[in-house]
Structure formats: structure tokens, C-alpha cells
Design a binder for this molecule. Structure first.
Ligand SMILES: [Ca+2]
Ligand SMILES: [Ca+2]
Length: 176
């Protein structure tokens, strides 16, 4: 009784390296499309000749938008419930450790979901498989923009992979 169209989702990965007595180094990269997808983004390592590293903060933003859900009750009895659709995002890396001072995984999973409740009357006038969104036995839900973000600091014991003169990769996975 449900028909869905795909939504799009984007993650923004923001890495801020703070130095003593200097401006922070900010790196921001974006990845997105229609889930389920994954991609790898390269970030510059921190060059210790620039100054003393005092903190590394990683922020993961997720935005999902669009998508359309049509519900059509073809049962003779009314139905009610909750609807939820959207995307979730996580990052991982084999080059650097994504852990905080307590060794917990950071920044964690972000999820941007459309949600709501529905109360549909028993079938009125339409046939099975036509996904008729008209009330009282159907509805159409058009997804707007939903966002979520999480941020945390990398534990100092785990800074090694972030330091040097090359790059490190961070993989992002967007799923429904
Ligand atoms: Ca119906
Ligand atoms: Ca129908």
C-alpha cells in the first residue's frame, strides 16, 4: 500500500585542527547522492612544521531532501501508524582513528528522517495497486529538508594518522 520515490542525501565532513597561537585549519568536504551510496574523501594531514597541534574536531552533517511517499489503504478497515523515511550516514577510515579520548567511535551515526503519523479510512472507490493518494483512504507525503549532525574531538593518543605531509582518506556511507 506504499509507493516511494528516492530522496537525495548529502554529508558534509568538517575537520578542524586547532594550533596553539594560530588560526584553526578548517577542512570541509561534501559527498552525496541517492542512497545507498558510499564514497571516499581525502583530507590533508596536519603538517607539524606549521605549529603545535592542540585539538582535532570532526563534525559530520547530514542533509536529506525530497522523496515522496504515497500511502493508499486498500483494506476494508481503517489503518493508522507512523511513517518514516530518509537517510542515515556514517564515516569510517583505515588511515586514521575515529575515536575520542574515551576510545568511543566518533562522531557517530547521523540520521535525517521525515516522519509523521497517518490515519487512513477503509478503501474508498479505488483498486489494489493503483496507489491513489486521495483522502480519506490515501495520503501523499512530500519530503522537505531534514538535517542532523554530530561532532566530537579525536583523542590525543589517536592523532598519529592525522599528522604528516600527505593525505588520509575518510569513507562515508549513506543508506536508507
Ligand atoms: Ca484505497
Ligand atoms: Ca488503491
Amino acid at each position: 500500500m506504499a509507493s516511494k520515490t528516492a530522496l537525495t542525501a548529502f554529508v558534509f565532513i568538517l575537520i578542524i585542527s586547532r594550533l596553539s597561537m594560530a588560526d584553526p585549519i578548517v577542512q570541509k568536504q561534501t559527498f552525496g547522492g541517492t542512497p545507498n551510496i558510499s564514497g571516499v574523501l581525502a583530507f590533508n594531514q596536519f603538517d607539524e612544521s606549521v605549529g603545535n597541534l592542540t585539538s582535532i574536531q570532526i563534525t559530520l552533517f547530514l542533509q536529506s531532501s525530497g522523496g515522496r511517499l504515497i500511502l493508499d489503504n486498500d483494506n476494508e478497515y481503517p489503518v493508522s501508524g507512523t511513517l518514516e523515511f530518509g537517510a542515515k550516514g556514517i564515516i569510517s577510515s583505515t588511515d586514521v582513528s575515529l575515536v575520542n579520548a574515551s576510545s568511543a567511535y566518533i562522531p557517530g551515526e547521523v540520521g535525517a528522517y521525515h516522519s509523521g503519523t497517518f490515519n487512513l479510512a477503509g478503501n474508498v472507490g479505488d483498486v489494489e495497486g493503483d496507489y491513489d493518494p486521495n483522502a480519506p483512504d490515501g495520503l501523499e507525503y512530500n519530503g522537505g529538508i531534514e538535517t542532523d549532525s554530530k561532532s566530537d574531538f579525536v583523542g590525543e593518543f589517536a592523532w598519529d594518522g592525522y599528522k604528516g605531509s600527505g593525505t588520509y582518506d575518510i569513507k562515508s556511507v549513506l543508506s536508507r
